[in-house]
Design a protein around this ligand. Structure first.
Ligand code: ADP
Length: 540
């Protein structure tokens, strides 16, 4: 006999409805750019998200339309993105740290019809408006009392909501319909849009919640110190609703004192951010003391996690989970949670594994291939281009930009070069464009940087390949010293001498005041390569 299961579309508003019904009192705490601390909960967030949905319908927005946000992590931003997707719209989180030209390009390219934005960004939006071709309504994420005088015709978020009922129904769309849109940072060429579907976001949230991924539950207090415009804050606002975790949001504040204070005051046990943020927090703790309260895990991704960072967190009783992923992967690919064999190793052996990027979560297939496209062995030694496949991995960019991005079998090339060992632990060797090609052999800029940040007094390190007459390219190391520390070339080279192969030793070390970063906080290697393209190494 034929039987079927029910057709229950995977829609993102089901996450927030579930949170409101089963975890309604669980808190969502946010700092805002008005300087307030707002204590909300999942029921209130859901009700207000429904008011956002109703307000958008009233403004004439239809399913499939893009609605942009230029906003920090706050309760209002969470309400907006659930409200936008909940009425069938596409929540386009714009990264405010992009250059003006890039913001204008992506808002016009996305054909955003409405822009929700924070007070901080009023000058930015006023400056860009003459060049924004599609935005019909500008909604300021604040109340009447904080509405500024402006050349723009501004709508007040709290007034829009007050006019609507919280009983408004959601819109049921196909689960494959778009729910969100995020552009890559565009270090090469124009940024490209990655459109997430309801289905991809819900499946991703279920995978991300699992014990061996983020291990989140109704008892978790989660603090994403990664902005919602950076790959959906790594999906935490979805996962927190799905699990009923308490959600802590720091608004515009990324400074170490605020982060430390929020971790302790709110009892966060899981916090997530890129390495730069954590390096800043640990330096702050070193200088000013104080603890980390109930924090027992930090999830770190976006760039490779240096061993020193894992060791310093261990000293505070905090375990590091390394994550690897990208905007194109919603963003999760691998997580460094230990398998039973690794968990049984002594601490040092465990750290060897935690410096790797980890194993794929269910829903991500991956393999490494050589120059001829043939699959390479999973032996932890062979390295090649890392290809991925799965239901939350991009199949094509928004509006077909970049053409066909998956091969005939559906594999997407991540642009990363990696090894995979017999246990499935993947380790990034480098981004394919950053690897240093010296005499036909490859030197990993990531490994060199990770080793260099362990040197006394070093705050941050970047390695690039510069032209060399004999070897084609040789590594140049740029380091930024910690405040008040003195760092010398000889000191750094001496420290590195027993940590890396001799032929990997940088040909020169420059101490610099600042290193350039991308809009998502990564080292901007393209800018460094441009700046030092004619640099003459002492060995040349
Ligand atoms: P961007 O817009 O800068 O590409 P993404 O966050 O999408 O922003 O960047 C994805 C890339 O970041 C990956 O392809 C990889 O090169 C790098 N990356 C992410 N996580 C890690 C990690 N844990 N270790 C090393 N590299 C990482």
């Amino acid at each position: 006999m034929h039987g079927t299961m029910q057709d229950w579309p995977l829609l993102v508003w089901k996450l927030i409805d579930h949170a409101a019904l089963y975890h309604g009192d669980r808190e969502v705490v946010a700092l805002t750019c008005e300087g307030d601390e707002v204590r909300s909960n999942w029921r209130t967030i859901r009700d207000r998200a429904r008011q956002v949905a109703a307000a958008l319908r009233r403004l004439g927005i239809a399913p499939g339309d893009r609605v942009a946000t230029l906003a920090w992590n706050t309760h209002r931003h969470v309400e907006s993105w659930y409200g936008i997707s909940g009425m069938g719209g596409v929540a386009h989180t714009i990264n405010p740290r992009l250059f003006d030209d890039q913001i204008v390009y992506i808002a016009n390219h996305a054909e955003d019809r409405v822009l929700f934005f924070d007070l901080t960004f009023v000058p930015l939006v006023e400056r860009l408006t003459p060049r924004l071709t599609s935005i019909e309504h500008f909604v300021l994420l604040t109340d009447r009392a904080h509405m500024p005088a402006s050349s723009l015709d501004l709508l007040c978020y709290e007034e829009l909501l007050a006019a609507e009922s919280a009983d408004t129904p959601w819109t049921t769309v196909d689960e494959n319909a778009p729910a969100g849109l995020c552009y890559t940072s565009g270090t090469t060429g124009n940024p490209k849009g990655v459109q997430y579907s309801h289905r991809s976001n819900v499946l991703h949230a279920m995978a991300a919640a699992a014990t061996d991924t983020f291990g989140m539950s109704a008892q978790t207090v989660v603090f994403p110190v990664v902005p919602m415009y950076h790959a959906n804050a790594w999906s935490i606002p979805y996962v927190a609703a799905l699990t009923g975790a308490k959600l802590v949001l720091a608004g515009p504040n990324f400074d170490p004192p605020t982060i430390q204070r929020m971790i302790v005051a709110e009892g966060a046990d899981l916090a997530l951010a890129v390495p730069t943020i954590w390096l800043g927090l640990l330096q702050h703790l070193e200088k000013h003391g104080g603890g980390l309260g109930r924090l027992n895990r930090t999830a770190i991704g976006g760039s490779a996690v240096p061993r020193a960072l894992i060791e310093q967190f261990a000293a505070h009783g905090v375990t590091v989970l390394q994550l690897w992923g990208m905007t194109e992967m919603s963003p999760l690919g691998t997580v460094g949670t230990p398998c039973a064999r690794v968990a049984a190793l002594p601490l040092d052996g465990q750290i060897d594994y935690r410096t790797k990027q980890g194993r794929a979560t269910f829903g991500v297939e991956m393999k490494i291939v050589g120059d001829d496209g043939g699959e390479l062995p999973r032996d932890g030694k062979a390295f090649g281009r890392l290809l991925v496949k799965g239901p939350w991995i991009v199949g094509s960019y928004f509006k077909g930009d970049g053409g066909q991005v998956t091969d005939a079998e559906g594999w997407f090339d991540t642009g990363d070069v990696a090894t995979i060992d017999a246990g499935g632990y993947m380790q990034i060797v480098d981004r394919s464009k950053d690897v240093i090609k010296s005499g036909g052999e490859w030197i990993s800029s990531i490994d060199l940087e990770n080793a260099a940040v362990g040197a006394p007094g070093v705050a941050e390190a970047a390695v690039i390949g510069v032209p060399h007459p004999k070897w084609d390219e040789r590594p140049l190391l740029l380091v930024r010293a910690k405040d008040g520390a003195t760092v010398t070339k000889a000191g750094v080279l001496d420290y590195l001498s027993d940590k890396i192969a001799k032929w990997w030793l940088p040909d020169d070390v420059l101490i610099v005041d600042e290193l350039p970063h991308t809009a998502t906080g990564k080292l901007l290697k393209t800018a460094l390569r441009e700046k030092y393209k004619d640099y003459r190494l002492p060995t040349a």
